[in-house]
Design a binder for this molecule. Structure first.
Ligand SMILES: C[S@@+](CC[C@H](N)C(=O)[O-])C[C@H]1O[C@@H](n2cnc3c(N)ncnc32)[C@H](O)[C@@H]1O
Length: 268
């Protein structure tokens, strides 16, 4: 879990389903041109492993390891690897703050949507570097909630973002991580860092329906909802209103939503 043990999304099926939409192609495009067959790769905070399995295919016959503290996510990831017939990947339980690997164990260490949940992302980057071979790569990508934008305007989605910011920060994370990745890499002492940005865009009927349904469920039933209720940040009634705001957005023919991400490649 995030260092204080309070990963704010939890692992409700709606959260795992949302993470399961992700692929190496739609979430790690900035890294793909740098992967070579035979490299050893670690995916830290791998969640349900859909990105890990795609990365594993690209480094075969090298080995790919997905690591996460959450057993529910690891179980999904192993099932996916079996169903996909990808044999050079395995999933292990562990924590980015103390990786269970020797120094210089991997050519590539990847983390997608992890650093935003950590109270000390700089120390995590240093630990990721420890297990990366000299000349290898660390690749990190995180969303930036304040940079998310949508149409049509929706006071309900404005309130959703405000609530998310509060819950994520109280859990020790930084929801606007995307814009900070380069600074965190510099603070960790890395000089050879290439920064970029990448976007998910939900703007057709299928994507809108899926993205809005996912958040309508997450805002009422996932770790986010539990935190908000436990800490008195919202009532159950208000969470229902936010879910309805998501459904209203999802049903709009003109609905458009972008998730902006920061990305960094660190040459170790
Ligand atoms: C937003 S999910 C991202 C999952 C996956 N990388 C993806 O993008 O589909 C963040 C993941 O980080 C994991 N996580 C949280 N704290 C962690 C820690 N200290 N070390 C490693 N993973 C952690 C969570 O269990 C969760 O699966």
């Amino acid at each position: 879990m995030a260092r204080d043990g309070s990963y704010p999304h939890g692992h409700h099926p709606s959260v795992l389903a949302s993470h399961g939409w992700r692929t190496a192609e739609n979430s790690a495009g900035y890294l793909l041109p740098h992967l070579t067959e035979g490299s050893d790769l670690l995916d830290v905070g791998c969640g349900p492993g859909t990105i890990t399995v795609g990365l594993a295919r690209r480094v075969a016959p090298g080995r790919a390891v997905g690591l996460d503290p959450a057993s529910e996510a690891l179980m999904k990831a192993s099932e996916l690897a079996d169903a996909s017939g990808v044999e050079n990947v395995l999933f292990e339980q562990g924590d980015v703050h103390s990786l269970p690997y020797a120094d210089d164990a991997f050519d590539v260490v990847h983390a997608h949507q992890l650093l935003q949940h950590l109270s000390d992302p700089v120390t995590a980057l240093v630990e990721m570097a420890r297990v990366t071979r000299r000349g290898g790569l660390i690749a990190v990508r995180d969303a930036d909630y304040a940079a998310m934008t949508w149409y049509p305007d929706s006071p309900g989605l404005d309130r959703w973002r405000e609530l998310y910011h509060t819950v994520a920060r109280r859990s020790g994370g930084e929801p606007d991580a995307g814009r900070r990745l380069l600074a965190w890499a510099h603070e960790a002492g890395f000089q050879d860092v290439t920064a970029s940005a990448g976007v998910w865009c939900y703007a057709d009927a299928d994507d809108r329906a899926w993205w809005s349904r996912t958040w309508a469920t997450r805002v009422t039933r996932s770790g986010l909802a539990e935190h908000a209720l436990e800490e008195g940040l919202a009532t159950a009634e208000e969470l229902e209103e936010l879910a309805q705001a998501w459904r209203d957005w999802g049903g709009h023919d003109d609905g458009w939503f972008t998730v902006v991400h920061g990305e960094i490649l660190i040459r170790v």
